[in-house]
Design a protein around this ligand. Structure first.
Ligand code: SAH
Length: 241
């Protein structure tokens, strides 16, 4: 997948592409990135990229001309163009899966009060919110989308690591432990050291259901609950946990 990041502050995004798993994905040619800065398309000597908002109200807006020229410079029209915005559709793992199938993704990072609606109407295919809170900048939101998407691209991460993680089957992930088995008198659950595969699988599923029930009960309200999950749920509820 190729990400084109439209941003006034590309340095915020750049380090992510140069680090760890992402750096390796770029090196292996699975991921590619380029940056377009609307400021490079400003025509006045102050390199202005924002302006006051029609109808009044506090703050400034990213204006049309610089953003449009930036988008045209990468032929964004007709491509999958994401604008990260608190008033967008809510992002989730399914959405990330869908975006991970694209060959090319353009991401517009907003600043100030956001961007002129005409850019959204003309260029944006996906207006996406990463959650019900307001950030000061689109760069951090775009990084969230990029991170969730690129790791699903074939070959970036081993398939089995993706299978059991949170949301993969409508449940949150089970608690995990690593060596040593006891640290400062804090012991890892014995079952995990038992080598008894079936017991471990059962323990993990039970823990997933328990955690989901405690933190995100609405996830369990979904349509097709697995029979095993349902059984655990019944036991937990009758135990009063
Ligand atoms: N005036 C806007 C907030 C602008 S925040 C409003 O009230 O809706 C500035 C920029 O941060 C936005 O243009 C957007 O790109 C980004 N941003 C802020 N919160 C976000 C969120 N929850 N999801 C995605 N992007 C967000």
């Amino acid at each position: 997948v190729r990400f084109s990041v439209v941003s006034l502050f590309p340095e915020i995004v750049r380090s992510f592409f140069e680090t760890s798993i992402m750096a390796r994905a770029v090196e292996r040619g699975l991921v590619d990135v380029d940056y377009v800065n609307p400021r490079d398309f400003a025509r006045d000597r102050h390199k202005k990229v924002d302006d006051e908002i029609f109808g009044g109200g506090a703050g400034m807006l990213m204006k049309v001309q610089t953003l449009k020229d930036a988008l045209d410079s990468i032929d964004a029209k007709g491509k999958r163009v994401v604008y990260v915005s608190p008033s967008g559709r809510l992002f989730n793992q399914d959405y990330a899966h869908r975006l991970s199938r694209e060959k090319e993704l353009v991401l517009i990072c907003g600043r100030y009060e956001g961007i002129d609606q005409r850019i959204i109407d003309e260029y944006v295919s996906d207006e996406i919110s990463i959650g019900d809170y307001v950030l000061s900048s689109g760069e951090t939101a775009a990084l969230v989308v990029i991170d969730a998407v690129y790791r699903l691209v074939e070959g970036v991460i081993k398939g089995e690591s993706l299978e059991e993680e949170s949301f993969s089957s409508g449940l949150l992930e089970y608690p995990q432990y690593t060596r040593p088995a006891v640290y400062d008198s804090m012991a890892a659950p014995e079952v995990l050291l038992s080598g008894h595969h079936a017991n471990i699988v059962a323990w993990r599923l039970r823990e997933r259901v328990k955690k989901t029930l405690a933190y995100r009960p609405e996830l369990l309200a979904g349509d097709a609950l697995d029979a095993r999950v349902l059984k655990i749920l019944h036991t937990l509820l009758s135990e009063g946990e």
